[in-house]
Design a binder for this molecule. Structure first.
Ligand code: FDA
Length: 307
């Protein structure tokens, strides 16, 4: 019940100010966010790399309202790409980008976002790595997938995210399951209307399995973005059924969530990529993590009460 309320709050400027100003918020945020500075993220990459994990870096930001912010976000990613080149990890350290941080929702936003993401994808290629386009609310899906198609003409390794809660996603999976594609399958983290998305968790899970089958049976590279033990087990079964080796798909989980499971999968020889958010604009990301799990909210409220 609380999930939809928290997801609505994730887009409220007033609640953003309240939550961000609360002194107790920071330690709870730190559970999910690697730090505010690039150096914090680099330290986290090195520590995870030493433990056999691959990473995708997210410079936090979304829903910007001013084109100057889009430029600043693009520059932050160019700076990140340069730093990743220095780390020399290649595709073991890639980047995840939300196109709303690059101006997608502004007037002329499709072209603006494409203009801003293109140099970032070029810089990623220079650093021998790549970019995955995160997926935001359903109104952005057509634009994001069209930008993906354009980018893939020059950079076929560019990845995208699809969300199993959307009715359209099985069709998108069929289209994206071809050779050379990189697709991260997730359940979906936004508040979506019943006209476009399953509302019942069981239906979202069933759709996830259907999409997983399409991607695992296809010729692309599936990136299984889920902490759900059932989805992990089903992926392993499908890999056996479709003869995929362990380096022909990967698991992805978020920083700070089910870390032991991430390590367990690595110890079994699986490829595991941790999604690492960093930066100061953590509010929307943080609220979605609270909405996913009542226990996270309870932890946050307990720390408020203990002040
Ligand atoms: P589910 O929600 O069923 O959770 C299964 C179990 O995982 C829980 O029982 C719990 O143990 C653990 N868990 C899940 N969420 C937790 C949390 N917040 N805190 C603590 N434990 C938790 N979404 C989107 O719309 N667009 C995107 O681009 C992305 N990108 C993305 C990248 C990666 C690498 C991941 C892993 C996820 C995303 N997501 C996303 C988020 C995704 O849509 C979804 O909201 C979360 O992954 C939670 O769904 P699960 O599949 O983990 O299952």
């Amino acid at each position: 019940m609380l999930g939809p309320v928290l997801l609505a709050a994730a887009r409220s400027e007033q609640i953003r100010k309240l939550v961000s100003a609360a002194p107790v918020t920071r330690p709870v945020v730190d559970r999910f966010v690697a730090g505010e500075q690039l150096d914090d993220a680099l330290e986290t990459i090195r520590s995870l790399d030493a433990r056999g994990m691959e990473v995708t870096l997210d410079y936090l930001g979304e829903d910007i309202t001013d084109p100057a912010e889009a430029t600043r976000n693009r520059d932050a990613y160019l700076y990140l790409a340069e730093a990743l080149k220095g780390e020399g990890l290649g595709v073991r350290a890639e980047m995840s980008v939300k196109l709303s941080a690059f101006g997608q929702a502004l007037p002329g936003g499709h072209d603006l976002a494409l203009a801003n993401i293109t140099p970032v994808v070029e810089a990623a290629a220079e650093a021998n790595t790549t970019v995955t386009l995160d997926m935001e609310d359903h109104t952005t899906v057509d634009s994001t997938l069209a930008i993906l198609d354009t980018l893939r003409e020059r950079f076929p390794q560019t990845g995208a995210v699809v969300q199993s809660y959307l009715f359209r996603t099985e069709d998108d999976c069929h289209r994206l399951a071809g050779a050379g594609s990189r697709v991260r399958l997730v359940k979906g983290a936004y508040k979506e209307p019943a006209t476009v998305a399953f509302q019942d968790k069981k239906e979202v899970d069933r759709a996830y399995v259907r999409c997983l089958k399409i991607l695992m049976a296809g010729d692309g590279y599936p990136m299984v973005g889920s902490h759900d033990p059932r989805m992990v087990a089903i992926t392993q079964d499908l890999a056996r059924r479709f003869g995929r080796k362990q380096d022909e798909y990967e698991f992805q989980m978020l920083f700070g969530i089910r870390e032991q499971e991430q390590e367990r999968l690595v110890s079994e020889g699986h490829r595991v990529r941790t999604y690492i958010p960093y930066g100061t604009d953590w509010y929307g990301y943080f609220m979605r993590r609270l909405a996913e799990r009542p226990a996270n909210l309870a932890f946050f409220l307990r720390s408020l009460a203990s002040r």
